[in-house]
Design a binder for this molecule. Structure first.
Ligand code: NDP
Ligand code: 2IT
Length: 461
């Protein structure tokens, strides 16, 4: 089979890097103004030259063109009523990007900055991340521009019910399985699962993951992304004869990923000296007390500056870019996309940064990645480093299918096995395609190949 249009015949005559650029140019025209989506697609495509050179069949089958076009993008109205009886309207999204390897799988984000560009960048990344886990899951993502901050528990419930009333038509345990992301944790997942169950009149536990472990959730799902990031970075450090033990670590954010990255880094012997939320950062040179952060964020839902009330020696700053000017050995950005710019990357390098692990999705912009990698910083890309969350989500699906649950120790052991295997596969693939030690190339090519080969095997669609 050969994907043939006159344009493709022409670009087949060009070099593979020209071919990749030409395809991306078309993607940029078709998705004009979607800067995050174009950033994420280029980030993957720019790694693919060696693999396209060795495998021209990917051109014949139009793999790049097909991968960048979501199988389905659903946009819907979410109307809900606040506690005063006032009606609000938000926008809901679900991008069902690629179902080659399994049901669409990926989180839901509730944040006012959510747009179709952001949903599509996250869904696109998810295809390759999920492929790297080696588990049977396709790629998807969704959410809403709803802002959960300052809403009462009843308002959150009403919003989640309204959101799921529409989303329920499009998902199912073998179709599409959402989970949490920014602004969506086990409370929101609980309300959404409850509404789905009510609409379907069936207890399909595997329709969402990240449920409360008392009600069908997997143990260690809450911890999985943060722990997994630290497991991955520890493997990367070990490869260079280094370790977390004795190092100074900065972890941005203070949400789900951040808290458990801090917890595991400390368990591995590091001192975490700073973390943040969207209103500022705290610096505690004697070491952040994670239990206080958990109490503030998970229980009281308060701002991070309240940390100073029980830790008066810590400092607070309201300019989040300053967190990256504090000297540290290891940086784990765990808040949001593009939080590390070229300037921040330079500041980190100047202060002697040794390694960076992306706990968040695309936290380093393109120039920041260049600065870090050109200066010898060990770099663990998001697709590989933060895949532990979705990996344990896939394990939650397995447990739900079996109507059985594994112990925390069993899940944690499987998580460690997955993270080590992703690391090995990135290292081996980078080596095989002539870029030894380049985990970005390794992750992009390994994830891409797995999906591309299966897309060819399943025929054109
Ligand atoms: P949470 O909502 O639990 O926490 C997000 C944290 O980041 C909060 O401290 C939040 O501050 C801060 N933050 C969010 N948006 C911004 C912003 N625009 N500017 C500055 N700070 C911000 O989300 P998660 O921990 O679940 O997600 C964090 C990152 O990890 C995201 O990139 C997500 O896509 C990624 N990720 C999450 C996974 C998961 O399993 N949850 C899995 C893999 C990746 P505030 O509370 O003030 O808003
Ligand atoms: O970005 C991510 O990998 C997630 N938000 C987790 C997705 C999932 O389905 O657990």
């Amino acid at each position: 089979m050969r994907y043939t249009t006159p344009e493709v015949t022409e670009i087949r005559r060009q070099s593979s890097s020209e071919y990749i650029k030409a395809v991306h140019k078309k993607i940029a025209e078709r998705n004009a103004g979607e800067s995050e989506f174009l950033q994420a697609t280029w980030e993957v495509f720019s790694s693919l030259k060696p693999v396209i050179e060795q495998h021209p069949e990917y051109i014949d089958h139009g793999i790049l063109e097909r991968l960048a076009e979501p199988e389905r993008l659903i946009i819907f109205r979410v109307a809900w009523e606040d506690d005063e009886g006032k009606v609000h309207v938000n926008r809901g999204f679900r991008v069902q990007f690629n179902s080659t390897l399994g049901p669409y799988k990926g989180g839901l984000r509730f944040h006012p900055s959510l747009t179709s560009s952001v949903v599509k960048f996250l869904g696109f990344e998810q295809i390759f991340k999920n492929a790297l886990t080696g588990l049977p899951i396709g790629g998807g993502k969704g959410g809403s521009d709803f802002d959960p901050k300052g809403k009462s528990d009843r308002e959150i419930m009403r919003f989640c019910q309204s959101f799921m009333t529409e989303l329920s038509r499009h998902i199912g345990p073998d179709i599409d399985v959402p989970a949490g992301d920014i602004g969506v944790g086990k409370r929101e997942i609980g309300y959404m699962f409850g509404q789905y169950k009510r609409i379907r009149n069936a207890y399909e536990a595997g329709v969402v993951t990240g449920k409360n472990p008392d009600n069908g959730g997997s143990l260690v799902r809450k911890e999985a992304t943060g722990y997994g990031t630290v497991y991955f970075v520890e493997e990367m450090l070990k490869g260079e004869g280094k370790t977390f033990a004795g190092s100074k670590v900065i972890v941005s954010g203070s949400g789900n990923v951040s808290i458990y990255a801090m917890e595991k880094a400390i368990e591995f012997g590091a001192t975490v000296i700073a973390c943040s939320d969207s209103e500022g950062y705290i610096y505690d040179p004697s070491g952040i007390d994670v239990e206080t952060v958990k109490q503030l964020k998970e229980v009281e839902r308060k701002r991070i500056y309240h940390y100073l009330e029980s830790h008066p020696n810590a400092r607070f700053g309201n300019d989040n870019t300053e967190i990256w000017t504090i000297p540290c050995d290891i940086a784990l950005p765990c808040a949001t996309q593009n939080e590390i710019s070229r300037e921040s990357a330079h500041a980190l390098v100047d202060n002697g940064l040794k390694a960076l692990g992306e706990g968040a999705n695309m936290p380093c912009d393109e120039e920041a990645v260049r600065v870090l990698t050109n200066n010898g910083v060990l770099f663990a890309p998001a697709k590989a480093a933060n895949a532990g969350g979705v990996a344990v989500s896939a394990m939650e699906m397995s447990q739900n299918s079996m109507r059985y649950s594994w112990t925390a120790e069993e899940v944690d052991e499987k998580l460690q096995t997955v993270m080590k295997s992703i690391y090995r596969s990135c290292i081996e693939t980078a080596e095989q395609y002539g870029q030894p030690g380049n985990l970005i190339a390794g992750a992009n090519i390994a994830g891409f190949k797995k999906v591309a080969d299966a897309m060819i095997a399943y025929g054109l669609h």
